[in-house]
Design a protein around this ligand. Structure first.
Ligand code: PDD
Length: 293
């Protein structure tokens, strides 16, 4: 992962990331009492801005916080952050914690001012070898909490699942619970069988993914059949294709699962089609306003 870009925004000010400081009493630090977003930027333009900010607003509402900024303010700040870091392709990290107080109290203090932190990081182009060969994944038990629909910074179980994947030389850990597919440790998972793209329904156990949502919209446009229904572990293992969707990488094909080839063992036709549809959609959005007029 490349080092972040030099300019960040913290609590009202653009400043060098190297000089940015928050209190050790920040509830994000003490309790993981914070939510976040990660948005890609292509050609200087944040991608799926409204979708990401809408998810941030939803996460905030679910943890009983009000959005600290309006959509127009977010759009202005993020656009300026991109420009101050040189434009081009990057990703943005948006973090809102409940703020710092004078001690460590589990109880919420509605008067606290939130801590709002924005940073940018390079988005290196996808290694062509990875694009051509796909990636490997392992399966792992889902050990997270009961509200994975909230994009919380409390990611300990995700981090530990990812480390199991790393130990196995894999890119992602695909989480299972009760014999069913949930999602990846930092990605949505889609399964292709006989040309149909299948995804598990949303609920408290998985995050609504902006990339998955766009993939399903692009499938609908292109006439690719979609099925939203619970997916068993057996269906996952019998898939012709397994796709990961996440903001920083778009769509990636999983070509090995727990060491066994997925389908042909190469990125399949649906993965390649969706990657092309994503690229075309990025071009389609270039130069359009972030917020509808
Ligand atoms: N993660 N599920 C989980 C648990 C995730 O962490 C992510 C994204 C997704 C996909 O959501 P989206 O398509 O909106 O990125 C699903 C980001 C990239 C991260 O934590 O860095």
């Amino acid at each position: 992962m490349a080092a972040p870009l030099p300019v960040c925004w913290l609590n009202g000010e653009f400043q060098p990331l190297a000089e940015a400081r928050i209190s050790p009493l920040d509830r994000g630090f003490l309790f993981g009492d914070a939510v976040y977003e990660v948005l890609p930027v292509y050609g200087g333009r944040p991608f799926l801005f409204v979708e990401h900010i809408a998810r941030l607003e939803r996460s905030l509402g679910e943890i009983r916080m009000r959005p600290p900024l309006s959509r127009a303010d977010w759009a202005g700040l993020l656009t300026e952050l991109v420009a101050r870091n040189g434009g081009g392709d990057m990703y943005l990290y948006v973090h809102v914690s409940r703020g710092a107080e004078e001690g460590r109290n589990h109880a919420l203090n509605p008067a606290l001012a939130p801590t709002v932190f924005l940073m940018a990081a390079p988005l290196p182009p996808l290694d062509p070898a990875v694009r051509d060969a796909g990636v490997s994944a392992i399966t792992a038990p889902d050990q997270r909490w009961g509200r994975c629909d909230i994009k919380s910074t409390a990611l300990l179980a995700n981090v530990l699942a990812k480390s199991l994947a790393m130990d196995a030389g894999a890119t992602e850990a695909i989480l299972l619970a009760g014999g069913r597919l949930r999602e990846g440790s930092s990605s949505s998972v889609m399964v292709v069988r006989e040309g149909t793209v299948a995804v598990p329904p949303y609920g408290p156990e998985i995050l609504p993914g902006t990339t998955r949502d766009l993939a399903l919209r692009l499938c609908a446009r292109a006439g690719i059949p979609v099925r939203v229904a619970p997916i068993s572990e057996a269906e996952l293992r019998a898939a012709d294709e397994i796709l990961l969707g996440f903001a920083t990488r778009g769509i990636l094909a999983v070509t090995r699962l727990d060491g066994a080839p997925v389908g042909s063992g190469r990125p399949g036709p649906v993965a390649l089609r969706l990657q092309a549809l994503f690229a075309a959609y990025r071009t389609e959005l270039a130069g359009t306003p972030l917020l509808p007029a």
